[in-house]
Design a protein. Structure first.
Length: 182
């Protein structure tokens, strides 16, 4: 692989979609998500961070200072991003619960039952010119603290963090139209 500036990609813009478990994942990068997918709107300029880890255990022996074998014990995957739009969909995605209408322009949010866990599907896409990359996650669960910070010098942002759970037929995958993958 030689140096080639035509293969440098920048996530210039993108979209985060969420859907209930069981929604149809678009067949390829040319197919737009159907109506069951909700576009989550603006995120902060930090975009989306995807993580893939690997936890291992070494098997040691009395006769060797080096491990005899390394076992992979877990491969946690996840992603996080911060939503910029404060609305019903983003708020309930972060905190769960339900929103009811009390009267015209008067709403009430009720938190979920203690211990409730929300599982969703996500599509995370970035675009660089004509090239698109779309990551599809079939089952994710929120993780970590969900916080709102009220300050007069910044927007009210909703930071979200998710871990990827097992799913069928595939836990996650990536689609692209980038010829560098040919």
């Amino acid at each position: 692989m030689a140096n080639d500036t035509t293969k440098v990609r920048v996530a210039l813009t993108g979209t985060c979609w969420v859907a209930d478990i069981g929604a149809t994942v678009p067949a390829d990068i040319t197919v737009a998500p159907n109506a069951s997918w909700l576009d989550l709107g603006y995120t902060t300029e930090d975009g989306v961070t995807i993580s893939i880890e690997q936890t291992t255990d070494d098997l040691n022996g009395w006769q060797s200072l080096e491990p005899l074998r390394t076992l992979v014990t877990a491969e946690p995957k996840g992603f996080n991003f911060t939503l910029r739009q404060l609305e019903k969909q983003s708020f309930t995605l972060a905190f769960g619960g339900t929103v009811t209408t009390i009267a015209a322009n008067n709403y009430k949010w009720v938190p979920p039952a203690a211990g409730a866990q929300l599982s969703k599907m996500f599509l995370l896409e970035f675009i660089d010119g004509t090239y698109k990359y779309r990551f599809a996650y079939r089952n994710v669960s929120s993780t970590g603290a969900r916080e709102l910070n009220f300050v007069r010098s910044n927007a009210v942002n909703i930071p979200l963090s998710y871990k990827v759970l097992a799913a069928s037929p595939q836990t996650w995958e990536m689609y692209t139209n980038d010829p560098a993958f040919a």
